[in-house]
Design a protein around this ligand. Structure first.
Ligand code: RB5
Length: 153
């Protein structure tokens, strides 16, 4: 197995639906010696995912964290919310290939996961690909710049 990139500071957050998977992914990251910042939720009590997505996304854009991982039931609410923050490119991934390409082509800085759709073992593999691939640059730079210039976010 390839050595994980442990230089990254990772912010992680969830709502109630993603709480259990967040704890599993947090343990996986801690086991691999990453610096992990936990933005909650801290139980399965019902909460609203924007309340967790916004602060985490702001931590990424302000460089408190290098990248983020947000988990809800589907990953959709978290990605919609995080992408409202200027400078965020959140990718909702249900496969390792999506995670790899989100980094290589889209320079994604937040991974969102759906705890009701992705089992913990697959989720760890998706996280692994997200953390161990980088932006390819070249033609993708122009496209990523267009995302931000056209949408002003
Ligand atoms: C909560 O029931 C659920 O709606 C939320 O976790 C998420 O899947 C929304 O996108």
């Amino acid at each position: 197995m390839i050595e994980l990139d442990k230089t990254l500071k990772i912010a992680i957050g969830s709502d109630h639906a993603g709480y259990k998977l967040k704890e599993i992914i947090k343990e996986y990251l801690n086991e691999n010696s990453y610096q992990v910042l936990d933005f909650g939720a801290f139980s399965e009590e019902s909460v609203d995912y924007p309340d967790y997505a916004f602060p985490l996304a702001e931590a990424v854009t302000s460089e408190v964290a290098d990248v983020g991982i947000l988990i809800c039931g589907t990953g959709i609410g978290m990605s919609i919310t995080a992408n409202k923050i200027k400078g965020i490119r959140a990718a909702n991934c249900i496969s390792t290939e999506m995670a790899k390409l989100s980094r290589q082509h889209n320079n994604a800085n937040i991974l969102t996961l759906g705890a009701r759709l992705t089992n913990p073992e697959e989720a760890k593999l998706i996280v692994y690909e997200f953390l161990n691939n980088g932006f390819e640059g070249n033609r993708h730079i122009r496209r990523v710049e267009k995302i931000h210039s056209l949408t002003n976010c």
